[in-house]
Write a protein that binds this ligand. Structure first.
Ligand code: FEO
Length: 396
């Protein structure tokens, strides 16, 4: 169903209720997603972004509810990734007179993705294109999160169309922030930031500062995934500033796995100690946890405590993907501590130490290790270890 988000500006996107993996196996989408495209009707109609390839027909049907796609004058490609440009060939076939508007980095990527040779207008920050009643103003946003990424702004409506930025993988029958469950939306926005945008945090801060200095007034933010920020765009901007600055809460994330339960017992005792110290705790047994959800919890935690038994002198393989993520995403300003059980030889915490240092954590020297099965005294030591970790919290 179409939604007129501003006068003569329509959401013509598609809801993907069933997608459960995004970016191949990289990102779990428990709540599905939407591919938001926006149609500006008027003397010179423009489509802002398209949708993922399998939804091409539905996008065209949505456009046809407002106008004949053949009348499109412009198709703005804010970002070439195929969840937004996959329907471009279908749209250009239906609108052969349309001209693509994109950044300089996007132009060759469009040609390479689609083997196309469509006419393009290359724009840079500050360039404008008049549609009559509306003006498209462009702001390049390289590496947020691809080199080609770009925002489109419509000053007459104070409407920012920032593509992936401020989005969430969240399928919903609602379009706007004041209609949807905000706890769910913010959780998905946080997961999105943590798993996709986190490495680019310095650029996020720079871009928000640049937009403020350009004097861009924002009444509505309509991203390309999830809910549109109609009533409270400041909420998601403030959250982005917190996440990009690495603002931490008094919170610990305990991530571990276990073979025969020894490391699990240690984790439980450490968690008890952390809670006794006043820390908020989120704990994840990685055999039954989703690593993208864990990363979403890490982003605002001050402390990450990682535990593994030693297996072949290594840490347990179920922690590998999580540690890979930490190394790639490099969350800033966090402490890390390690624990684990061993049989006849140790090694897991040493190997994990290399990884968490590589990820930029401040690794605490003290570790908690036991041989075979923790006894009552060792479990008390684990509790004390947890308390000490929590008491080491000094603020941000
Ligand atoms: Fe970078 Fe939603 O694609």
């Amino acid at each position: 169903m179409l939604t007129e988000i501003k006068k003569d500006i329509f959401w013509v996107g598609c809801t993907d209720w069933n997608i459960r993996y995004f970016h191949g196996p990289m990102y779990t989408t428990h709540r599905g997603t939407t591919y938001n495209a926006y149609l500006i009707a008027g003397a010179e109609p423009a489509l802002i972004d398209t949708v993922y390839t399998p939804f091409s027909g539905r996008l065209l049907d949505n456009i046809r509810e407002v106008l004949d796609p053949a009348s499109l004058k412009y198709v703005v490609v804010n970002h070439v990734e195929i969840d937004h440009s996959g329907a471009l060939p279908a749209v250009m076939e239906a609108a052969p007179q349309a001209t693509i508007i994109c950044s300089a980095k996007a132009a060759p990527a469009i040609d390479k993705h689609f083997n196309g040779s469509w006419e393009k207008i290359i724009v840079k920050t500050g360039d404008t294109v008049s549609l009559g009643r509306h003006t498209l103003t462009f702001v390049e946003a390289p590496m947020l999160h691809w080199p080609d990424s770009m925002f489109t702004y419509i000053p007459e409506e104070k409407l920012l169309l920032p593509n992936d930025a401020f989005g969430q993988h969240y399928a919903s029958s609602f379009r706007f922030d004041d209609e949807a469950d905000m706890a769910e939306v913010m959780q998905e926005a946080k997961k999105y930031y943590a798993n996709i945008l986190l490495p680019f945090s310095p650029l996020v801060l720079k871009k928000i500062d640049e937009v403020v200095k350009m004097g861009i007034a924002i009444d509505m933010i309509a991203p390309s995934h999830g809910i549109i920020w109609r009533s409270n765009p400041d909420k998601i901007i403030a959250a982005y500033l917190d996440w990009a600055r690495g603002t931490n809460r008094k919170k610990a994330v305990v991530v571990y796995d276990t073979m025969w339960g020894s490391t699990d017992q240690m984790a439980s005792a450490i968690i008890d100690g952390l809670i006794e110290s006043g820390m908020e705790v989120r704990a994840f047994h990685m055999s039954v946890s989703d690593r993208n959800d864990v990363i979403a919890e890490v982003i605002d935690a001050e402390l990450v405590v990682i535990g593994s038994p030693t297996v072949n002198r290594e840490f347990i393989p179920s922690l590998s993907a999580f540690l890979d993520d930490l190394t790639g995403l490099k969350p800033r300003g966090k402490r890390a501590a390690l624990f684990g059980s061993s049989g006849w030889s140790r090694g897991a915490t040493d190997k994990m130490a290399v990884r968490v240092k590589e990820a930029g954590f401040t690794l605490l020297e003290e570790r908690m290790e036991v041989d075979w099965v923790p006894g009552a005294e060792e479990l008390e030591q684990c509790r004390a270890f947890g308390r000490k970790l929590g008491e080491g919290y000094t603020g941000e």
